[in-house]
Ligand binder design. Structure first.
Ligand SMILES: C[S@@+](CC[C@H](N)C(=O)[O-])C[C@H]1O[C@@H](n2cnc3c(N)ncnc32)[C@H](O)[C@@H]1O
Length: 216
């Protein structure tokens, strides 16, 4: 990830939707300053406990309490799919990005088939009611362009997952895991996630989109 972001060293890195700080921490050695913004205080509380050197701010990504053109790398990872209207967030990220700076977007995506995207999002919402929308790569490209950004580098990465890890019993109530199992049994082949049975478990494939963008 750090290599993909092409940091030259000494930059400020801001992450919107930093959560518990795991992604932002990847840049610890490469960056001079790490700033994490998140809407949920409990997430930042946990981040602060783990990474005391990070600057952590409770705020909405659509209204960043940061000066314009002040950040060399503005990132967001695994967060846009929790946001129904990502355009104001991307525009705000662009506002705080330094004129020669970069914007990094990482997010899980649906396939380009509309019906598969609908079913994947239904499944994601059964699993996590805070899910908004996993978009196809073409939608994220369009959003970046409309936000005034040009993609300088892009990667689509296939990632294999397991239901038992995606919904660990320590994290999810048994009834929710059962609902997701039922959904996969009935609709799995229509989600574009290539569900395969593995004993008592399910294995699946998901696409992750990574783009590094600059201002037009
Ligand atoms: C799945 S977590 C990702 C955490 C981290 N980026 C990672 O990859 O480990 C999504 C985070 O986005 C935050 N979030 C959702 N909507 C947001 C918004 N409008 N502004 C800022 N953060 C938001 C949530 O509170 C949550 O912590």
């Amino acid at each position: 990830m750090v290599e993909f972001a092409r940091l030259s060293g000494g930059e400020t890195v801001l992450e919107v939707g930093a959560g518990t700080g795991n992604f932002l921490n990847l840049f610890q050695r490469a960056a001079r300053r790490l700033v994490g913004v998140d809407l949920t205080p409990a997430m930042l509380y946990e981040a602060r406990r783990q990474w005391p050197d990070m600057e952590l701010i409770v705020a909405d990504g659509a209204r960043l309490p940061l000066e314009s053109s002040s950040v060399e790398l503005v990132a967001t990872a695994q967060t846009l799919h929790h946001i129904w209207e990502p355009l104001p967030v991307l525009k705000e990220m662009r506002r705080v990005m330094a004129s020669e700076g970069k914007l990094l977007v990482v997010d899980q995506v649906a396939t380009e088939r509309f019906e598969e995207a609908v079913m994947m999002n239904k499944l994601e919402t059964v699993r996590d009611p805070s899910h908004a929308s996993s978009r196809p790569p073409s939608a994220l490209r369009t959003l970046l362009r409309v936000a005034g950004l040009d993609i300088a580098a892009e990667k689509l990465v296939d990632e294999e997952g397991r239901l038992s890890q995606w919904m660990s019993p320590q994290e999810f109530p048994a009834a929710r895991i059962e609902k997701v199992r039922d959904f996969i049994d009935e609709h799995g082949p229509t989600t574009g996630m290539d569900f395969r049975r593995d004993g008592d478990d399910y294995v699946f494939t998901r696409l992750r989109f990574m783009a590094l963008a600059r201002s037009h």
